[in-house]
Design a protein around this ligand. Structure first.
Ligand SMILES: N[C@@H](CCSC[C@H]1O[C@@H](n2cnc3c(=O)[nH]cnc32)[C@H](O)[C@@H]1O)C(=O)O
Ligand SMILES: [Zn+2]
Length: 433
């Protein structure tokens, strides 16, 4: 057996407490063998974590990773105008190669920020899957289905692709890839297509992921057309079951929160995207009080504009307090839970908790820095003060993906050079400035 010991750090346990311990990892099966005293001499390889917090790898519950190429391209607009005027026209010119390069850039940023797993909705998913495999992270992937503006043939073909991609990629990358059926949103996919395809996804036991209740313009048309709230509509179309997870959930009423709790569907909260597009403030504390599983996501880099989950954690805590008008709402501890176990649970991953037998996915955060001094409470630091560049090592499935800030599975400088060129060529091709 090949083993790895992460030594001399403080380990964040599932109950939110922290203890000085070494973590022993079975690299052959990618799980945690033990958390205990002094494994330095027992292990095949050693990773130094002196002065560090050994946390579960962060899980980005909702993103469009290849949108990294559109970072900073279109800012300062609300959702519908931003999508229709700026993003969709450029996305129409995307090639599979763009999507691969964008995924390389985004996943590189993930690894540098301690993110070991993510859920992605986009096009050309085999390209993204190939990068996930090479980079060594985990992902739940799905082809984003849009039917508005398409004739029936094109709409059904898009949904068929969504189903096929979910069936084909499930279990890829030695099981690090799982999939979901991903209708883009309740307003951009027709009722007919949902009726035809949701039962097929259920038959294949594939969970469903979509954008919901992101801003008022996403809620009002459903209320006007169907006379019910969006999540009532979703539940009626079989889109709200245990294992399903929706992005945003900003504008939710009490009945919708109850529905989420009753069905065990999860919400991925994307505070930076919600603030940037002025979508609104999600009722995160109300969701937590109702027992709903809440994870965190960055959404795409074009509405964030980075992919740092530690920034997302801080934003979630800040915005959650403002939304609840209560400084005790959305505590540091609940945010760290959402960042790790919450997102992992939403995505149906075993990760997110450091305990014996769990997947060996870690973000090792260096606390030895002026902005993290003194350390009264590492959980507080993770939520409020640490940033992506404080992550020292990233480990996924027992493999070291980044050691002392050097990414081992991807070529950082080549990817950054390539991404800049690819993004410029994309905008030129799309006829954008
Ligand atoms: N096959 C679809 C692609 C959908 S992928 C997912 C889509 O979500 C878009 N997107 C990114 N961020 C958001 C958001 O915050 N809300 C809604 N859609 C978003 C993204 O630009 C992308 O077009 C098609 O034919 O258009
Ligand atoms: Zn999104």
């Amino acid at each position: 057996m090949t083993t790895l010991a992460i030594v001399d750090g403080q380990v964040l346990r599932p109950d939110g407490t922290v203890e000085y311990a070494d973590v022993l990892v079975d690299q052959d099966d990618g799980t945690i063998l033990d958390i205990g005293d002094d494994y330095r001499s027992a292990a095949t390889a050693v990773l130094e974590a002196d002065g560090c917090l050994v946390a579960p790898g962060f899980v980005n519950g909702h993103t469009h990773v290849s949108m990294s190429l559109l970072r900073g391209y279109a800012d300062d607009k609300p959702l519908q105008a931003w999508l229709q005027e700026d993003i969709w026209p450029v996305e129409a010119a995307l090639t599979p190669e763009d999507i691969r390069v964008g995924a390389e850039l985004g996943i590189l940023e993930f690894i540098k920020a301690g993110v070991t797993a993510f859920a992605d909705m986009y096009f050309e998913m085999p390209e993204i899957a190939a990068v996930v495999e090479e980079a060594g992270v985990r992902a739940r992937l799905g082809h984003g289905i849009v039917t508005v503006g398409k004739d029936d043939d094109a709409a059904y073909a898009d949904a068929e692709e969504g189903l096929e991609v979910a069936l084909d990629l499930d279990g890829a990358a030695e099981g690090r890839i799982s999939t979901a059926f991903m209708p883009h949103s309740l307003t951009t996919v027709s009722e007919d297509v949902l009726a035809a395809f949701v039962p097929k996804a259920r038959e294949a036991d594939i969970p469903i992921h979509y954008h919901a209740n992101e801003n008022r313009e996403e809620v009002d048309p459903i209320v006007d057309e169907h006379g019910m709230r969006p999540l009532e509509y979703a539940a009626g179309r079989g889109l709200l079951e245990d294992g399903d997870f929706l992005a945003h959930g900003v504008h939710l009423d009490e009945r919708e929160i109850e529905l989420l709790a009753e069905t065990d569907a999860s919400v991925i909260h994307c505070p930076a995207s919600n603030m940037k597009l002025a979508s609104g403030m999600a009722p995160v504390q109300d969701l937590l009080d109702a027992g709903v599983t809440v994870g965190l996501g960055t959404d795409g880099a074009a509405s964030n504009n980075d992919l740092s989950m530690l920034d997302e954690a801080r934003d979630a805590a800040m915005l959650g307090k403002l939304a609840a008008d209560d400084a005790s709402a959305v505590s540091a501890e609940s945010v760290v839970h959402a960042l790790t176990a919450g997102s992992a649970d939403a995505l149906g991953l075993e990760s997110g908790r450091l305990e014996v037998g769990a997947p060996a996915d870690f973000a090792v955060v260096d606390l030895d820095a002026p902005h993290l001094t003194p350390v009264h409470d590492p959980v507080s630091h993770l939520t409020y003060a640490a940033t992506a560049s404080d992550v020292r090592h990233t480990i996924c499935d027992g493999q070291v993906l980044m050691c002392d800030r050097e990414v081992l599975t991807l070529d950082e400088s080549a990817i950054c050079d390539r991404a800049s060129e690819q993004a410029a060529a994309l905008l030129e091709r799309a006829g954008a400035e």
